[in-house]
Design a protein around this ligand. Structure first.
Ligand code: IPM
Ligand code: MN
Length: 352
């Protein structure tokens, strides 16, 4: 099979972790007789520096022309503490999500048997955790009307959802629940927010189309607590953009390192695959960042974008093997030998 993939390395550790995912993907392609054609394109601060725009038109064209997009990270500290910055790297990410119509962000959380004691949470609480968040990605407060008034002394951001936006995300949630253990949790704040009441109402209406799925409705504050108390109580969770952003960072702690969790952003056409961690600027260029979240995102890409399950499984297997054998970066080394980012990538591609 011929796989055309747009490669958006982005900022910070993005290029380093992307390099490893490329090595591993090429190795798996060689093993299974596929041919990958990578099209690199600029995003984030790197794109601002080069062309003054965090998601240039050329990058968008490369994404639209590709079968899938593999993405690293976006963000640069020189923008973070400058509230007056006119363009920001993150705007590129939001524009990309919107222009590519990537409305459903799939963020799994699971544990690795060999890392279970690396989590700050107790083994007996997290063992067996295998849940997936479906975060709405192109609506809500991220894209609502915002501004300043009262001589610049008041600021506002608004959260808006249409029934259609909720419905298409919720349908994906029900479908995913049918493929898994038929349990769906709708996470909202319906005791306070009108948008949440629309979410709840819409999901309730869909229940009759999926009679086998057991649906629960929980408030986001309670989920934040239960997620670290008994994460294995959850299977598929659907939620709006901002709640999903916050809860998925929280959930990543369960696995032991933020450097481990992959994600897929799905839309009408081209899908995008990226680690859930950010650009980790403190580690940029040091060859120390954990590449596994990006490598596992590539596995999701093989499976979801191309239907290549065995290839995805081969990647997951070699990742598990590297963890079991202690071929890990410093975030997981725990006093033992810490491998470089590139060494982990080499090991994985040699052992695939
Ligand atoms: C994420 C990130 C982004 C978000 C930022 C970088 C805009 O935190 O993908 O979770 O908030 O969606
Ligand atoms: Mn986030």
């Amino acid at each position: 099979m011929k796989l055309n993939i747009a490669l958006l390395a982005g900022d910070g550790i993005g290029p380093e972790v992307i390099d490893q995912a490329v090595k591993v993907s090429d190795a798996v392609a060689a093993k299974f007789g596929h041919e990958i054609s990578w099209t690199p394109a600029l995003t984030g601060a790197a794109a601002i520096d080069a062309v003054g725009e965090p998601y240039p038109d050329e990058t968008h064209e490369a994404c639209v022309a590709a079968d899938a997009v593999l993405f690293g990270a976006i963000g640069h500290p020189r923008f973070d503490n400058d509230p007056s910055a006119k363009v920001r790297p993150e705007q590129g990410l939001l524009k990309m999500r919107q222009k590519l119509g990537l409305f459903a962000n799939v963020r799994p959380t699971f544990t690795f048997p060999s890392l279970i004691d690396k989590s700050p949470l107790k083994r007996e609480r997290i063992e067996g955790t295998d849940l997936v968040f479906l975060r709405e990605l192109t609506g809500g407060i991220y894209f609502g009307k915002r501004g300043r008034e009262d001589n610049n002394n008041t600021a506002y951001d608004t959260c808006t959802y249409t029934r259609a936006e909720v419905e298409r995300l919720a349908k994906k949630g029900f479908e995913m629940a049918m493929q898994r253990s038929k349990k769906l949790c709708c996470v909202d704040k319906a005791n306070v927010l009108e948008t949440s009441r629309l979410w709840r109402e819409t999901v309730q209406k869909l229940e009759k189309d999926y009679p086998e799925v057991e649906v629960s409705y929980e408030f986001v504050d309670a989920v934040a607590m239960r997620l670290v108390q008994w994460p294995s109580a959850y299977d598929v969770l659907i939620t709006e953009n901002l709640f999903g952003d916050i809860l998925t960072d929280e959930a990543s702690v369960i696995s032991g390192s933020m450097g481990l969790m992959p994600s897929a952003s799905l839309g009408e056409k081209t899908s995008l695959f990226e680690p859930i961690h950010g650009s980790y600027p403190q580690a940029a260029g040091k060859d120390i960042a954990n590449p596994l979240a990006t490598v596992l995102s590539a596995a999701m890409m093989f499976e979801t974008a191309f239907g290549l399950k065995d290839e995805a499984e081969a990647i997951r297997e070699v990742v598990n093997k590297s963890l079991a054998e202690g071929v890990v970066t410093e975030d997981l080394a725990d006093g033992g030998k810490a491998y470089k980012t590139s060494e982990v990538g080499n090991w994985l591609s040699e052992h695939i």
